[in-house]
Design a protein. Sequence first.
Length: 148
Amino acid sequence: MLTHSLAVLGGLLVGVLIGIVGSNGTKSSDPQPPASPATTGATAEAPPPARTMPETTSETTGTAKAAAEEIPGDGTFLVGQEVQPGTYRSAGPASSGTDCYWARLKGTTGDSSDILANNAGKGPATVTILASDKVFQTSGCTTWKRMG
């Protein structure tokens, strides 16, 4: 009887070891990667096409359209990508005691030679961003709203 029990226990142990070694350390419930075509002899399927975000169109409403009509507070914005050419108006400084600063730039080097036009003031401000401008920079101003 003892011999029979040891044989059953030994067989059970061998089965468990085969299961562990055969699974490469993964549980049988874990998803297994597909076998490569070279090892299975099967042909490879093309991966599914990448998902893309829908393009923004003139029919887009809500936040995307509002964002195109406004420049939010402080920042450096690429003209034609992050801000569109046009005339914008700000009510002035975002807080008292500061100036509303803006600059139209021809480059992104940070050199003062990149400044095409700039201004700072304590009252409302208006600026016309041209299609030829590369960057619009603003600091300390309330939201800029597009006038046209």
